[in-house]
Design a protein around this ligand. Structure first.
Ligand code: UD1
Ligand code: BG6
Ligand code: NA
Length: 365
């Protein structure tokens, strides 16, 4: 089933142009988004007081990646909940809330317990899952199957990008009654259409990411700085590195750099800075300057053609990625980091598809 690939994770990373195509199949027609699983519920969702995203691990990160454009396209405030933390706090959930549960397997115990809790509190419960017939799919009032195909590697890759695309379609569908955002919605829909070919292009960085991995083999730690749409990319990139390559890694909000992380910067600690084009670009340029002035060892991810705009020649290593609509850029930007985590794992000699101590689906609390 792995075909010409050595590992399922590798196969699933390279399969993403196809899995994203199946996520969107039949759902984008004549500039409109059609989500059969939500259409009866859109009116209720539009009237809700807030959207609460709930998930664990990579699925939580995907929801975080969707948060900004859901707020932008719907005007509804979005709050984020790690499922176990919502349960620990018994945090308030109201009848007027739309609770969106994100889970690849649809069987994660903490997420399902949070679902029971939200159902008891009377919220409208929406599922975003890869698994038809899963407990999450059955118990939610409605939802969207992401249709990414079966994911076998314990480290989630193709489900992450399909979850973001499914939530982008959800945001477009909820916001589709707003005239003022019509042009923006059209631009995102055309971005979705071109996404699979952009993903094919960014996958060509495979050899470059293997080379980068070989330079990081003996590092003890790796930081990843992102902000805005790509804060989630930083968290998810770092999660991939820690869960499969067994290297300490932290994703950080670049805006928090001066409030602690800056103390760690020296010539040895590798730091990835995500600085692709969006409204936060100039802020990221200044973050890079501050890190370079402290002799930080930087790897900068930027949009194609921006290498000299992000750092002076020779001062840092650059990963150039193709540009898409800003809110879809996280789908592109995570892919080099998935490739990096994969190669780092192989080069360090660890088990790619069955990382130490982890399970694909955590069905106990
Ligand atoms: C559905 C069919 C698909 C068919 C298409 C044709 C299924 C599973 N899907 O897709 O095979 O090609 O119509 O129009 O038969 N749901 C939840 N919770 C979740 C996910 C989904 O309750 O977490 C519900 C939805 O609200 C919906 C149903 O499950 O009632 C199917 O969802 P989905 O597969 O996303 O719907 P379609 O894309 O319309
Ligand atoms: C486990 C997996 O921890 O569960 C992760 O190892 C995954 O890869 C997490 O992100 C949540 O799983 P699910 O199925 O709810 O998305
Ligand atoms: Na259901």
């Amino acid at each position: 089933k792995k075909g010409s690939y050595d590992h399922f994770m590798q196969k699933e990373i390279h399969e993403q142009p196809h899995s994203l195509t199946t996520t969107m199949r039949g759902r984008l027609k004549d500039g409109e988004v059609l989500l059969g699983g939500l259409k009866e519920h859109l009116k209720t969702i539009r009237r809700c007081r807030r959207v609460v995203f709930i998930g664990c691990g990579t699925s939580y990160n995907a929801a975080l990646g969707a948060r900004t454009f859901v707020e932008e396209l719907t005007g509804i405030p979005v709050t984020m909940e790690v499922a176990s933390d919502l349960l620990d706090r018994q945090g308030p959930i109201y009848r007027e809330d739309t609770a969106v549960f994100v889970s690849q397997s649809g069987e994660t115990a903490d997420t399902l317990l949070a679902l029971d809790y939200a159902l008891e509190n009377g919220a409208l419960c929406v599922g975003i899952t890869n698994t038809v017939g899963s407990t999450l799919s059955r118990k939610t009032h409605c939802g969207v199957h992401i249709n990414a195909g079966c994911e076998i590697g314990v480290a989630s890759t193709k489900a992450y990008t399909s979850q973001i695309v499914a939530m982008a379609m959800m945001a477009l569908a909820i916001g589709s009654d707003q005239i003022s955002t019509q042009a923006r919605r059209n631009a995102i829909i055309s971005g979705l259409t071109s996404l699979p070919s952009c993903v094919s292009e960014v996958l060509k960085l495979d050899a470059e990411m293997k080379d980068l991995a070989s330079s990081l083999i003996d590092s003890e730690s790796l930081l990843v700085f992102g902000r805005g749409y790509n804060y989630a990319t930083a968290l998810e990139g770092a999660l991939k590195v820690k869960e499969v390559a067994l290297m300490h890694s932290e994703g950080m909000l670049a805006g928090e750099m001066k409030h602690g992380p800056l103390a760690l910067v020296d010539e040895n600690l590798p730091i990835i800075v995500i600085a692709t084009r969006d409204a936060c670009f100039s802020k990221q340029q200044s973050v890079i300057q501050q890190l370079l002035s402290r002799k930080g060892r930087l790897i900068v991810m930027c949009s194609k053609g921006d290498a000299s705009a992000v750092c002076s020649i020779g001062s840092c290593r650059v990963i150039e990625v193709p540009g898409v609509a800003d809110c879809l850029q996280p789908v592109i930007n995570i892919i080099p980091l998935q490739l990096l985590a994969y190669h780092l794992t192989v080069l360090r000699g660890f088990d790619v598809d069955q990382p130490r101590n982890l399970a694909k689906s955590v069905t106990t609390q």
